[in-house]
Design a protein around this ligand. Sequence first.
Ligand SMILES: [Zn+2]
Length: 148
Amino acid sequence: MDEKLVIDVARLDPEGEDFEGEVACVDLDESFVKAFGGVRYRLRAQAFGTELLVRGALEQDFDLVCSRCGRDFDDTVKVEDFTTSVEIGEKTTEVDLTNELRESIILALPTYPVCSETCPGVVLKTQELPDERWNVLEKLKEAKKQGE
Ligand SMILES: [Zn+2]
């Protein structure tokens, strides 16, 4: 995996060139979102005069925490329509797109991740758990029965 995605503008094919690979630029390690693997990209770069146009798709795997039930789940965050243009001059030899990839993936992260559309959430989960207080009552009743 690469540390950076750098386009060699000086040697870029005038007809455009395809770039494919993986770059380790989004390394979030929050309690609710962990990245594993790097950003996988499939891009096409082409120079138009003083502009370098880069378009393509990005994706990265994450370990997220469901905002409804609190469980961990794996998800792939995808950016299908990544587009960026960078101004280039005669002296520009290379363009570093690492930050653009990073920002694009971070923007695509869900604000409220949900493990599944049908996730019942925390409410139902806590209802399933028996309330401790009822256990105490049950035990009292049982003890009373045994004592009789
Ligand atoms: Zn859930």
